[in-house]
Design a protein around this ligand. Structure first.
Ligand code: AMP
Length: 504
């Protein structure tokens, strides 16, 4: 493993990033940093958020910036205001020990006058959304004639958002002998076109395989009838009392509707979509980042700028329209060495989409069976007990109230009090699930066939092993994080030689 020093990173920046806890370069940094430190070197990097890409382009940008020259030397273009702010913040922290570097973020949806003022003081690095940068260029506030580095971040997303013309216009106005770095989660025809028009002899790097779902993510689908979709969502959320996740919907209207229902049903949820004001979206994202909100119901686009590393679950309320969106969504969980789960609530017609995704990511989805009311109630009970056990009791603070407390509970015995305390949180689940509507798993034609017939088409004894195989039972399962992959790992670790394992 190389060091940042070996990659050619200067002492000032090394000091700053060490303080941020960067010990060794991440793979994208190892490839991109030394290359971009040279001149006239273009790169296309297929890398998603979380791979360390900001430092990969940010560090060489800073190295190549002359702090004594006030003119704009680099522009970073990114699709959303949130990303701009995040990138600018990161760059500022990498530049902590370099004197005289001014980094300014400019984006739409807010006063242009303040941004013009900010640029007047001279910004060597501008981080911008495409439309606003063009606007500022037209007004003469952003001057890009001396730019030596252009970075397009989340290029695929910018093209999806219709920024193609703005991007062309920016490229047409910066000097030809610049470095261009294009980051994208996916490679498409449009990206290839930009590369052809504006990049010279570029190096292409892929960070992780874009066809690979994150190692730490388990993929599950629950198939339900359309009318049961929301009920299924509730069950899933109830079954994971400590869930911290994003529920992705396809449209703004659906996002709002699902969030409204969850809020009405007493969940700690909030919507995030483009019909909300920028201010509302900022507040919502802030609350979610701080774990004040437990469930964020969002559209793909609105959730773009949100970077959180510790999601336990991503829930697809219906399969997304394309595989790229699926991998993007599911890649938001299972980060930073943690396990994550990507759950899809689908109807029978979407099974084909699941198969498509399976082929692309090279991983099978688990065909999930929704947790039963009883399983959910046990989970919730366990959580309620756990919370009571973990309560921090401040003896001194509570002492003055103890006399009153004792008097009130004089006639309750211990069991009575326990029942009441546990019911405070847990009671609503018992009540709901006592009469919860049944959710019937729709059976597909193939299910019906599988259930009745063996591979040879003959009627098969229910649950009988295939010939030559023996059936083994393991008292662990999905709920314990013990998926087929774990079963295989366990077997391989403990049994030497080749093993034939049939259906798990
Ligand atoms: P990004 O893909 O740029 O959003 O980065 C993902 C996260 O990784 C951010 O929180 C960075 O601060 C962090 N990070 C980037 N490079 C390194 C590194 N070399 N060592 C440790 N953490 C890093």
């Amino acid at each position: 493993m190389k060091t940042f020093e070996e990659l050619g990173v200067s002492e000032e920046i090394r000091r700053a990033i060490e303080e941020l806890g960067f010990e060794h370069p991440m793979p994208v940094q190892e490839e991109v940093i030394p290359y971009l430190l040279g001149n006239g070197n273009d790169v296309i990097a297929l890398a998603q958020t979380g791979t360390g890409k900001t430092a990969a382009f940010g560090i060489p940008l800073l190295e190549r910036t002359d702090p004594t020259n006030r003119s704009t030397q680099a522009v970073v273009i990114s699709p959303t205001r949130e990303l701009c702010l995040q990138i600018a913040d990161d760059l500022k922290s990498f530049a902590k020990y370099i004197k005289g570097i001014n980094i300014v973020a400019v984006y739409g949806g807010t006063s242009i006058i303040d941004q013009i003022h900010a640029l007047k003081h001279g910004a060597q690095i501008i981080v911008a959304t495409p439309g606003r940068l063009i606007d500022l260029m037209h007004r003469g506030a952003a001057k890009v004639q001396e730019v030596r580095n252009v970075v397009l971040d989340e290029a695929d997303e910018m093209l999806n958002m219709g920024f193609s013309d703005s991007i062309n216009e920016i490229f047409d106005n910066v000097p030809a002998d610049r470095n261009t770095l294009l980051f994208s989660a996916t490679m498409s025809k449009d990206i290839e076109r930009i590369a052809l028009n504006y990049l010279h002899d570029h190096k292409e790097i892929v960070v992780g395989s874009r066809n690979e779902g994150a190692e730490n993510v388990n993929h599950i689908y629950y198939m339900v009838n359309a009318k049961d979709k929301y009920l299924a969502l509730k069950r899933i959320v109830d079954f994971y009392p400590r869930i911290y996740g994003i529920i992705f919907c396809r449209t703004k209207a659906e996002t709002q509707e699902v969030a409204d229902k969850l809020i009405r049903d007493g969940y700690n949820a909030e919507p995030l979509h483009g019909d909300l004001s920028q201010q509302q979206r900022d507040i919502t994202m802030q609350k979610f980042r701080q774990h004040i909100t437990q469930l964020l119901v969002a559209t793909d686009v609105a959730a773009r700028g949100l970077d959180v590393d510790d999601l336990t679950h991503v829930i697809n309320y219906g399969m997304p329209g394309d595989t790229e969106s699926y991998t993007h969504r599911s890649g938001r969980t299972g980060r930073a060495g943690k396990k994550g789960t990507s759950i899809s609530i689908i109807h029978t017609k979407e099974r084909g989409r699941v198969r498509e995704v399976e082929r692309t990511i090279g991983k099978e989805f688990v065909d999930g069976t929704l947790p039963t009311p009883q399983e959910i109630c046990s989970k919730q009970l366990f959580k309620a007990i756990d919370e009571i056990e973990k309560v921090d009791v401040d003896e001194d603070q509570i002492a003055p109230f103890m006399e009153d407390i004792n008097r009130h509970f004089e006639y309750f015995d211990k069991e009575d009090i326990l029942k009441r305390i546990v019911s405070l949180e847990f009671g609503k689940f018992l009540k709901y699930y006592a009469n919860a509507p049944e959710i019937v798993k729709p059976s597909t034609q193939r299910d019906r066939k599988d259930r009745n017939e063996g591979r040879d088409g003959r009627k098969r004894e229910k649950r009988a092993p295939e010939s030559g195989y023996r059936r083994l039972f393991i008292n662990l399962g999905k709920d314990d994080g013990f998926y087929p992959g774990e079963v295989m790992q366990f077997i391989n670790r403990n049994v030497h030689g080749r093993q034939d394992v049939g259906h798990i």
